[in-house]
Design a protein around this ligand. Sequence first.
Ligand code: PDD
Length: 294
Amino acid sequence: MTDLPDSLCFLDGDYGPLREARVSVLDRGFIFGDGIYEVLPAYGGRVFRFAEHMARLERSLRELRIPNPFSPDEWLGIARRLIADQQTRGVHDQLVYIQITRGVAPRDHVMPPGLQPTVFAMANPMKLATPEQRAHGVACVTADDFRWRKAHIKATSLLGSVMARQIAADAGAVEVVMFRDGFLSEGASSNVWVVKDGVVMGPPKDNLVLEGIRFGLIEELCRQQGLRHELRRVTRAEVLSADELLLSSATKEVLPITTLDGAPVGHGAQRGQPGPVCASLYAGYQRAVAAQSI
Ligand code: PDD
């Protein structure tokens, strides 16, 4: 077994070393993946877009009929304590991971009512894109979106995403760009954006994609920067002929895809290079981080 970190974690009301935390084998999170999670970026100890992450956590819980065990203020208190512990270890930028499962019960598919949810949280160092990835962009490969059709729920049952990401890893790529019935959906753990003639396009906000917290932020940044923004079904042909392709997520922030299935993205002098729209959205992202973290 690889070495486990000795940082602090939160489990069911108590704080203790992460490597010693234990849950029951009958936890429905273990047995069924019956739970939800959130990943919140914290820069220099300040959580970015906390309210938006809380709203999504609430939406995911409601879909699974699991009660939210804490108020946003209580969640913030937990996050801050875990962040402070990592800061004492010299970690500056962090990712706070929160997981809530339905709880512990004898194995039965039907959702047992009245269970005490299992609540877990930890903070980890944030692995941002490397300077090399920022300067040159990253490689992605296309894949069929074989995940379930409730991708809008941030559920811990992530086997589809794990298998999709492995397709990228096996190809030496950073992420998959997935298509369902010929239309763009998203990455295994990020949203995907297509830039064509100055228009930033993404898929509709429906049950087939996770609405990233950066999903709304990209929309906001486009508005601020006077860029046209369209959410609609985007075809494979449109993706393959894009001027720029971008990934967004808590850790990728806004990151350029510069090769897709080995072919350079874009046209002319910019072919295979990060483009201007990505650069300006990334700059806007950094300004938002500086202005809005709590
Ligand atoms: N993943 N789509 C999927 C399927 C995701 O798993 C994620 C995030 C996103 C982007 O969401 P956000 O902008 O809120 O990070 C889109 C997280 C980071 C994870 O699973 O670790």
